[in-house]
Design a protein around this ligand. Structure first.
Ligand SMILES: [Zn+2]
Length: 432
């Protein structure tokens, strides 16, 4: 395995990395564009795109912004509405793994910015059924959330005839430099399937765990003809603004009181505060399958911004990546699986090129700690000029404990664990 001589990424990164003669990865090289491109010209380009999509009659929204209770949602809405004066429709897919903080952040987002919000909430039992299927077929408990949040905005664009969708960063650019900012990459069905959905379209799940085409319809990408009829396009703000999620979140904390909290498996307390499982059991699965967790993504990003040394990045990775997920039991109860069933699902996807058995457990064959120094590392090193301190901002509801996942946010179903409820459904209810 090859490790970047600058950041902490390895060649095993599932999005793919290339390395130059000095051993510096494509993600690090593309990151350099953030300080070298003419960003004011890019901002003008963004203004042109917005201008072309302003709904002059006032009969419809100007664009769609996919949001959640975290992940730069505040910054994107702030930029599009406050800085560029667009009238966006916010859309969100309810991932069912919500924290109360995420629900609060989302509620305040729409009231602070005075925006309409269009939410897709599927029946909890359908989400459970799909999650059991994706755990068995691809070892993922997060497929439905990824599929839902990448398709619901596109479906709304088609249905309400709002052609422009504004996303935040593009992961392929920001993490691994799959494309340059100069490529002006836009949203595609192909990238979604290959990377966001791990190669699995919704249709591929039919027949597994008894799923029918009706069950997976909410996750199906609109037909090309429908997209072209409306002229749907999705742009990434990261191609027009040098994307710095830490700085952006801190601006949103100071300006709007965006709420943050400490997470189990990473030091970034800003990005994934809305989800019980993303930085917890989902990230544990990623570690088993891919040999690294979110903490490595965050350490690579902060190192590239000159806010973390290689040594401190490796220390942070070692502190967080082995931590056992705290939300395990919560998730097993919800999905209706025992820990043994869950482990069976995940273990078949452990990458044996990365892991070997040792003393009855698993050991990584290679690790970035073995590549901490050397002449090539010294040559690629960036000076540390900033601080990597992440804040925990004040909560608007300090009395509320985030101790159970919130399924819908407000409503009857939240008071009941969904799995036993589904099992106890009366068999004949037609006369009710
Ligand atoms: Zn790198």
């Amino acid at each position: 395995m090859q490790f970047c001589t600058r950041c902490v990424y390895a060649s095993a990164h599932p999005l793919g990395l290339t390395f130059d003669a000095g051993g510096v990865c494509s993600g690090c090289r593309i990151h350099e564009e953030k300080t070298s491109l003419d960003w004011s010209a890019r901002r003008n380009k963004l203004e042109e795109i917005f201008c072309a999509h302003r709904n002059r009659s006032g009969a419809n929204y100007d664009c769609i912004i996919p949001v959640s209770g975290a992940r730069d949602s505040y910054f994107i809405v702030h930029t599009v509405k406050e800085k560029f004066g667009m009238n966006p429709l916010l859309v969100t897919y309810n991932k069912h793994y919500n924290t109360k903080m995420g629900i609060r952040n989302l509620a305040y987002l729409r009231t602070i910015f005075d925006c309409d919000l269009f939410t897709m909430t599927l029946a909890p039992q359908r989400v459970q059924q799909i999650t059991r299927a994706t755990l068995r077929t691809m070892g993922s408990m997060y497929w439905h959330a990824l599929a839902g949040q990448t398709v619901w905005p596109v479906q709304v664009a088609v249905r309400l005839k709002i052609p422009l969708i504004v996303w935040g960063e593009h992961q392929g650019i920001d993490q691994v430099g799959m494309f340059s900012h100069k490529d002006a990459v836009e949203m595609t069905r192909k990238y979604r399937k290959e990377h966001d959905l791990m190669g699995w379209e919704a249709e591929d799940l039919v027949g597994i765990e008894g799923l029918t085409i009706e069950d997976v319809k909410p996750f199906m990408y609109p037909h090309d003809l429908e997209l072209s009829r409306v002229g749907v396009r999705g742009i990434y703000l990261g191609n027009f603004i040098p994307w710095d999620t830490k700085r952006q979140h801190e601006e949103m904390i100071a300006k709007y009181g965006y709420e943050t909290r400490e997470l189990t498996r990473t030091f970034d307390s800003y990005n994934d505060v809305d989800c019980f499982h993303y930085s917890d059991i989902h990230d544990w699965i990623k570690f088993v399958k891919c040999g690294y967790g979110r903490v490595t993504d965050h350490a690579a990003r902060e190192l590239r911004w000159g806010r973390l040394s290689r040594e401190d990045a490796i220390n942070l990775i070692e502190t967080h990546e082995q931590r056992r997920p705290e939300s395990r039991q919560l998730f097993f109860d919800w999905v209706g699986m025992t820990e043994a069933e869950f482990t069976n699902c995940i273990e078949q996807f452990r990458d044996l090129k990365l892991w070997e058995q040792s003393d009855g457990g698993w050991r990584m064959r290679d690790h970035v700690r073995e590549h901490a120094s050397g002449p090539r590392v010294a040559a690629a090193r960036l000076p540390v000029t900033g601080s990597c301190k992440f804040l925990v901002s004040a909560s608007r509801a300090p009395e509320e404990q985030d101790d159970a996942q919130v399924l819908i946010g407000r409503g009857w179903a939240d008071r009941f664990p969904a799995a036993p409820y589904v099992r106890n459904l009366p068999s004949t209810s037609a006369s009710d």
